[in-house]
Design a protein. Structure first.
Lengths: 307, 505
């Protein structure tokens, strides 16, 4: 289906606006669901926007031990998140950027963000942040195989190494098939871990000894902290798009496709909120087992695609 | 040469100091060590400015306390901690307060970081006011060992305390706890009393255990003054104490759920705790029960009409409580967390002298309400709630059982109070017995609260000693963390939920 140039520009424009403006809505939605499940009113859905506005007007405080690396974490997380967003197809058609092998770039862009975050955490010299960095890296090492085995299964099914094809053009026979379900199950686990959600991490805890991701950003304040929060919400949206991409019912109508994308993202946020409401966090020693389950699921999916 | 050297007496009984024979230092130390090895508990060990040492042992099975004392000739004596771990903090406290050095104490550090009460006699030779938590910590060395220091400022709105972890990766090898940031000098202020504010000071030893401490103070005064509190007033005091227990246990279970990220119970319990606090407020105007009691009786009586009004409110709060907490036991993810962490076995618990919820969770049947009944608990007994495993789950489960038992007591009490007319307003207390000693124990929601008062020849307090259950139990938190994951510290700590200010006095 050839697209007119104007329509394509509009698609890209919508894509960029979505990631820039709608990201902070997802944490708000998750928190609202959690509040409702717990019988509370909860903060407004737009709370993160207010927080970002507030933080952007605040001065940052820097520890004397920190250097420019301390700022590289927040800046890198946002820059990398936005760049990765350009590689994932959202509502209709292709992603703004695509080439064979962009899937590798996509995965390691997040690797780069993590590297920068970990460095900026270590830069503070705090034992908490060092502990958080060690946990983050350990768990990320286990989440990465799940992500890649899922990619491998999709690549096998679509014959492509570009996310725009792998996610958006899986073909009707692949949708709702056994391998895809396994891939999505594995990726759901990756999604929880990468976005530090319950049961892997607790984004709302104040207990510094139990944190994984949060403890690495404890020393950030003001605008850098706004970037940290914004970067986290971008990551929620981009990885969410990855997760819902293969199951979206795509047809020729772009507006239908965009609506389906937004609804799917909303449903994902609600699902995360519900999952966080009905279970406790895992013990830290159980988290690797949980992540390995994700690896196994995607590995089986890949095996099924091979036979 | 055994425990019989010590004079037996009952909870809340006044003894004339002259009726307690002096032991020699050797006999005194032996009596404590042999007593504790023979199954007694060291519930209080203190000194006074005249170089006298006093010890109170509890024989819980017989419902008796034993007291003895000795006169030191110099400001030092051989430490008994190497033979009796329960004396550890007591001996350090004595050293800090009166400069009396327990020679050979294996862990000789300040407790609250204040200077000696006796001018010019400091166990560590300190001259200026020491800074809290500045001391030599136990350290573990090795390439892969790292040290994590938490507090005194914490991420949540809690009290200040400093925790030093020696870790190997995520595993805690040792935890040392340094408190003293909340030291207000309550014991010292009490000397020369009772003052107008003494009751207030007793109530604020630990604000969440207002009734437990306030009641213990009242019982000391009433016993020393020779006043009997009418049974109905005692019953109302029981209601006050059990309402305090309900509110705190509900809050604790909610907070434990919150610590493992289980939101439903955490959110519900936050509100329901308020419902229980409001029941206290309905009687005395204070959610924490401040000024509900007063020496001699009650400042706010619980009238029959009010008791009738409170019954349905309480039933509603209990239904909500049960619904919220049953969610916990039904969630496998929560049980998994609770059962995996914070183990203290019975032998350890006995050795370090745990009390209250923590002791009962390790399978030790210990409850002042049952063992040394006071107030209404002789006529209206309560069951001791026990668990066996000594882990976080056991401490949560004991709280749950106690909630049900306290609710039963409260229902019975309010139904009884609805039928009985109020007692007359208590009169001012007569002067206190001179040259006497009185020990009163109550069972607060955390555990055993002890108040010991000694009077001088004019009936004023010459020494007032307070032992909050937290003083016995903090070491239990450190033990519970040995070999555990450092990420489980918050849930372990919360399962004890000890008071910092109750320890720091």
């Amino acid at each position: 289906m050839p697209e007119s140039p104007i329509s394509h520009t509009l698609q890209v424009f919508l894509h960029i606006l979505t990631v820039l403006l709608l990201s902070p809505l997802i944490p708000g939605l998750i928190n609202k669901v959690k509040a409702v499940m717990a019988g509370r009113h909860g903060p407004p859905i737009l709370q993160l926007y207010y927080d970002l506005a507030k933080l952007s007007r605040k001065q940052a405080v820097f520890s004397r031990t920190t250097t420019w690396i301390f700022l590289a974490g927040p800046v890198g997380a946002v820059a990398v998140g936005l760049m990765a967003a350009m590689l994932v197809p959202f509502g209709h058609g292709h992603a703004p950027l695509r080439f064979q092998g962009d899937v590798i770039l996509f995965a390691y862009l997040f690797g780069l963000a993590r590297f920068l975050t970990v460095l900026s955490a270590l830069d503070t010299g705090s034992s908490f942040e060092g502990m958080g960095a060690a946990r983050e890296v350990t768990f990320a090492a286990l989440a990465e195989p799940a992500l890649f085995l899922g990619f491998a299964a999709l690549a096998k099914s679509t014959g492509s190494l570009s996310l725009s094809t792998m996610l958006a053009h899986t073909g009707p026979h692949f949708k709702f098939s056994g391998p895809l379900v396994l891939v999505l199950a594995g990726w759901a686990i990756v999604y929880m871990a990468e976005n530090s959600r319950i049961p892997v991490d607790d984004p709302n805890t104040h207990l510094e000894l139990t944190m994984i991701h949060e403890v690495m950003v404890l020393d950030h304040s003001g605008r850098p902290f706004a970037l940290v929060l914004y970067g986290a919400s971008v990551k929620l949206l981009v990885l969410g798009a990855l997760l819902v991409g293969p199951v979206l019912p795509r047809n020729g109508n772009p507006w239908f496709n965009w609506l389906a994308f937004y609804l799917a993202l909303g449903a994902l946020a609600v699902a995360v909120g519900i999952a966080e409401s009905v279970m406790a966090r895992f013990r830290m020693t159980k988290v690797p087992q949980f992540l390995v389950a994700g690896v196994l699921a995607t590995a089986f999916a890949f095996l099924l695609m091979l036979v | 040469m055994n425990k019989s050297e010590f004079v037996p007496f009952n909870n809340g009984q006044t003894l004339a100091l002259s009726d307690i024979p002096e032991s020699s230092l050797d006999e005194f130390c032996k009596a404590i060590i042999q007593g504790v090895h023979g199954g007694l508990r060291l519930v209080c060990f203190c000194a006074d400015a005249d170089l006298r040492l006093f010890a109170v042992l509890a024989e819980d099975a017989a419902g008796q306390l034993r007291v003895g004392w000795t006169q030191l000739s110099q400001a030092s004596y051989p430490s008994i901690t190497p033979h009796c771990v329960q004396a550890n903090l007591f001996e350090r406290e004595i050293a800090e307060q009166f400069g009396i050095v327990p020679e050979g104490h294996p862990w000789f550090k300040p407790v609250r970081f204040h200077t000696s009460w006796v001018e010019g006699r400091d166990a560590w030779g300190r001259t200026s006011i020491p800074e809290p938590a500045v001391m030599d910590y136990f350290t573990v060395r090795g390439e892969e060992i790292h040290e994590v220091a938490v507090g005194p400022v914490h991420a949540g709105v809690i009290e200040p305390g400093h925790f030093r972890f020696q870790c190997h990766g995520e595993t805690v090898l040792h935890l040392e706890i340094a408190l003293g940031f909340q030291h207000r000098g309550i014991e010292r202020t009490m000397v020369g009393g009772p003052h107008l504010l003494s009751f207030k000071h007793a109530e604020t030893v630990s604000g969440d255990a207002t009734i437990a401490h306030g009641w213990a103070y009242c019982r000391v005064l009433e016993s020393l003054a020779g006043v009997q509190v009418p049974p109905r007033s005692e019953w109302v005091r029981g209601v006050a104490l059990e309402l305090e227990r309900m509110a705190n246990h509900v809050g604790d279970l909610g907070a434990m759920a919150g610590d493992v990220g289980f939101l439903p119970t955490a959110s519900f319990c936050g509100r329901i705790r308020g419902d229980w606090l409001n029941l206290s407020a309905a009687v005395c105007g204070s959610r924490l029960g401040r000024d509900w009691l007063k020496p001699g009786g009650l400042r706010f009586d619980l009238e029959p009409e009010l008791a009738k009004l409170l019954l349905p409110r309480m039933a509603k709060a209990w239904t909500d409580t049960r619904d919220a907490i049953e969610l916990l036991w039904g969630a496998a993810s929560v049980m998994n967390r609770f059962e995996a962490a914070g183990h203290v076995d019975e032998a350890q618990a006995r050795e370090i002298g745990l009390v209250g919820v923590a002791a009962r969770a390790s399978g030790i049947s210990l409850d002042v309400r049952k063992d040394h009944p006071f107030g209404p608990y002789a006529d209206h007994p309560v069951m001791v709630s026990l668990a066996e495993s000594g882990n976080v789950h056991s401490r949560a489960w004991v709280r749950w059982l106690e909630l049900a038992e306290s609710y039963r007591f409260l229902t019975e009490a309010l139904e009884g109070l609805a039928l009985a007319p109020c007692d007359p307003v208590p009169e001012a207390l007569p002067p206190l017995a001179p040259s006497s000693v009185c020990v009163a124990l109550t069972e607060g929601w955390r555990g055993e609260v002890l108040h010991l008062a000694m009077t001088d020849s004019e009936g004023r307090f010459s020494r007032y000693k307070i032992v909050d259950p937290s003083f016995h139990n903090w070491f239990g938190v450190a033990l519970a963390m040995r070999g555990e994951q450092i990420s489980d510290f918050p849930i372990c700590n919360k399962s004890f939920n000890l008071s910092y200010c109750g320890h720091d006095l």
